[in-house]
Design a binder for this molecule. Structure first.
Ligand code: IVH
Length: 716
């Protein structure tokens, strides 16, 4: 079909310019046939060109051009034309991405050029970059005062290596690496990847083999697993396994259900293209052919340049929409690459500099349950210590009984533990073939291991709870810890160990008992000298002067976190008004729905809680009344702030209080919805994320100026 009716897409002048810069020979332009195309042929060709263009913008450039519904209409129109007249079908038609029948097995394909791997630098620290640069300079026999070597720096994608072969611009074959000499023909499945062009843009070389990585993005991985979970089907362990499973799926319609993406990072066989001089220019040219090339790459100079790239990417690792396990450095000049050549199976001109692993294997030594402040029972795996994600991990949460059952984690199992960024470590999955013979499934205890009360799990809830309430020591301890915590009553020096002793020795039953403690009692406790006891008494005294918001948060009312406590304080102004409010009045406060309103009502109606509040006020706990102020008219209403790093003139908590008084929401994590990030000294990943997302960043001076300005406006 194409022979009789060639279609030359309209080329932007820039492409022609780049092709001439990249020295691309124009070959194989077929002469148009004399026979006039039918209307249907013309329409099908138009549709294919349009859809391919939209796919390119959507999947390669990440900038959708039209709404999904319009895309679907065009796609369906093309499908209908092709079904009515199959002669209209071309091999690069977007409808052919999923067309093949299930295969019996993958055919073996001998690579025209071997698919080699690269050496991994074992030192995950900054010396890794230095060692590679030193080796390159030695092998190129560069003198000490020679200019720094130029490198192409890229991400090390964590997926499956694939060779794509294009002949005259048309995708003809996709193969796995296999043993490097022979791979498997996975063309059908690779065709389902929307970012892989079925036809190259512009005028392509006669033969162009490109090499790259098929991978599963984090969002596709999550979406796939959520769907599987909902259908009680097996989930994928990690995106890499997802990619491998999808590519090795014999039925391409099933492969298409596990969507993959692709990045190109190098070349295989090439005919009819005089290559540019550097690797980075090759990648630029491949991008112009419409191939997906990651924008996360750089050309850098010398060991310092490599280290800077490594560190910048390491800081953003968890923010990327796909998994990487390190970075790759390549000598940029292709003539130097040829000169350096290969050592056995690895090029001397490239190295992979890995990041510390985020997943490791270890053994579950016990599964225990923890009782939280609200009685929530969380199963926790006690692990043989393992170094993962940069720290030694000994515990990993198993979330709840359903999670344990789904993953079927048992004592004695070897498991994959994951720790990424600051997220708490979790058990990803069990390595079943390492399971000892005599293991038993985990059973949730029927009674609380701390107080012996029943553990109850309401039918529609995931969480089981000890119903012991404040009778349960574990819950009492957690309630006191929470009451004393920095963002609640801020009782300095009342640490976990001390709370344990005070509850275990029954000096403290509830929060009001804290204010009855005296020096004699305190000095009788372990590791408590006269000085620390006096300091604690002072701290208790200081904590009595607080704010209504802190006090409400400290009470530990279900559903009332810091932000809601602040809203309630500003909305109602006094504790009395809040206690008097019925469900309707409560729901007038911003962000208070029926569940929160019910929890607040239930708390204040409970006589025991009324007593606790009365006793606390009797010991002198007090706060200034908040001038009643509808939050919506406050100057920062609707704005979300994130504070990170250390400030000089005030603590982060003080800054947060001042922002909240003006109606701002203060959140712990940066997202697209964050309006401002206030960055003090040594601000870390939150600042990076803010910059990556383009969120406005204020320094301390900027924050103070903003607060002053709003105060001035307020008093006008
Ligand atoms: S270059 C001859 N660049 O890492 C050099 N490999 O061997 C060929 N990988 O499985 C490899 N990202 O698939 C190169 N930017 C990148 C890469 C990369 C990931 C994979 C590759 C191979 C392994 C290293």
């Amino acid at each position: 079909m194409l022979d009789r009716f060639p279609f030359r897409p309209k080329e932007e002048p820039i492409i022609d310019m780049m092709l001439s810069i990249c020295n691309i020979k124009i070959l194989n332009i077929k002469k148009p046939s004399m026979k006039a195309p039918s209307d249907r042929q013309i329409r099908a060709t138009q549709l294919r060109a349009q859809i391919n263009r939209y796919d390119y913008y959507y999947y390669v450039l990440d900038t959708p051009e039209i709404p999904d519904a319009e895309y679907d209409r065009l796609f369906q129109e093309l499908q209908a034309l092709e079904t009515a007249d199959p002669k209209l079908i071309t091999p690069d038609s977007p409808t052919r991405r999923v067309g093949g029948k299930p295969l019996e097995a993958f055919a073996s394909v001998r690579h025209r050029l071997p698919m080699l791997s690269i050496r991994t630098e074992t030192d995950t620290g900054p010396d890794g970059a230095r060692a590679f640069d030193a080796q390159v300079r030695r092998e190129l026999e560069l003198s000490e005062d020679a200019a720094p070597v130029e490198y192409a720096c890229e991400l090390k994608f964590d997926g499956l290596a694939i060779n794509l072969r294009y002949e005259n611009g048309l995708l003809v074959q996709a193969t796995t690496r296999g043993d490097g000499e022979t791979g498997e023909d996975v063309t059908q499945n690779i065709r389902t990847i929307k970012s892989v062009p079925l036809r190259l843009r512009g005028v392509a070389p006669e033969v162009l083999e490109v090499r790259g990585e098929a991978y599963m993005s984090r969002s596709d991985f999550e979406r796939y697993n959520a769907r599987q979970r909902a259908a009680s089907l097996p989930t994928l362990v990690n995106p890499r396994n997802g990619a491998a499973g999808s590519i090795r799926q014999l039925d391409p319609t099933l492969a298409a259900k596990r969507p993959l993406s692709f990045f190109v990072y190098g070349l295989g066989e090439v005919q009819g293209w005089a290559l540019p001089a550097t690797h980075s220019a090759v990648l630029d040219a491949l991008a112009i052919f419409g191939l997906p090339v990651s924008v996360e790459r750089a050309v850098s100079l010398g060991a310092d340049g490599l280290s800077a790239f490594h560190d910048a990417i390491a800081a953003r690792r968890d923010l990327l929409p796909f998994a990487i396990d390190g970075v790759v450095y390549k000598v940029n000049r292709l003539d130097w690459q040829r000169h350096l050549g290969f050592r056995t199976r690895e090029p001397r001109w490239a190295v992979a500099h890995k990041f510390p692993a985020q997943e490791e294997l270890t053994v579950v030594e016990a599964i225990e349950v923890q009782v939280g402040r609200t009685g929530a029972i969380t199963p926790v795996a006690r692990l043989k210590p393992v170094f993962v994600g940069g720290v030694t991990v000994t515990n990993a949460t198993l979330h709840n009984a359903d999670e344990v059952a789904r993953k079927d984690v048992r004592v004695g199992d070897t498991v994959i533990v994951r720790r990424a960024g600051d997220v708490i470590p979790e058990v990803v999955s069990v390595v079943l073939d390492r399971r000892p013979a005599d293991t038993l499934p985990f059973v949730m205890p029927k009674t609380c291991p701390v107080c012996g009360s029943h553990i109850v799990r309401p039918e529609e809830e995931a969480v089981a709870r000890c119903i012991g309430g404040l009778y349960c020591r574990a819950q009492r301890k957690e309630a006191i810890r929470h009451f004393a915590s920095r963002r609640a009553m801020d009782i300095e020096g009342l640490g976990d160990k001390l709370v344990e002793q005070l509850i275990d020795q029954e000096y403290v039953q509830g929060p009001a008992d804290l204010y009855a403690l005296d020096t004699a009692t305190l000095t009788g406790l372990e590791r408590m000298g006269a000085k620390s006891a006096a300091n604690l008494i002072d701290a208790l005294e200081r904590s009595k002067t607080t704010t209504l918001a802190r006090f409400l948060y400290a009470l530990g009312i279900r559903e009332v976190g810091e932000a809601t406590a602040m809203t309630l304080a500003t909305h109602f102004g006094t504790l009395e008004a809040l206690i008097a409010a019925d469900a309707d009045a409560l729901r007038q406060a911003p962000d208070v729905g029926p569940v929160v309103a019910a929890a607040i009502r239930a708390f204040f109606q409970e006589p025991h809680n009324q007593q606790v509040i009365g006793r606390l006020q009797a010991t002198g706990v007090r706060w200034p009344d908040v001038a009643r102020q509808p939050v919506t008219t406050a100057s920062l209403a609707g704005k979300t702030f994130v504070l990170t790093g250390a400030l000089d003139s005030l603590t982060r908590d003080q800054a947060a209080d001042r922002l909240r008084v003006l109606g701002a929401k203060v959140s712990g994590s940066v997202s697209k919805r964050t309006d401002y990030v206030v960055a003090g000294h040594e601000a870390g990943s939150k600042l990076d994320k803010a910059q990556a997302l383009g969120v406005t960043v204020l320094d301390e001076a900027g924050l103070l100026a903003l607060l002053d300005q709003l105060k001035a406006e307020d008093s006008q």
